[in-house]
Write a protein that binds this ligand. Structure first.
Ligand SMILES: [Zn+2]
Length: 71
């Protein structure tokens, strides 16, 4: 099967855009849960190109299913 390639294709958890980790910066909420740069910026994330890191993390409230907030 040729399914292994799919393991390298990640999608933005919000807009479902395909993220190529080699070509596009994304914000990793968890290991396999990513926001694309546009969605992360929209949520207040600030990426520092010079430092190559997110200096202000985006607000990820509501993006992850949290079993503890079930009211
Ligand atoms: Zn997105």
């Amino acid at each position: 099967m040729a399914d292994e390639e799919l393991d390298d294709v990640l999608t933005c958890v919000q807009c479902k855009a395909l993220l190529d980790p080699d070509a596009q910066r994304g914000y990793a909420i968890e290991e396999d849960v990513l926001l694309c740069a546009a969605c992360a910026a929209r949520r207040g994330g600030v990426y520092d190109e010079a430092r190559d890191e997110w200096t202000t993390p985006p607000d990820v409230t509501g993006l992850l299913a949290d079993p503890d907030t079930d009211d």
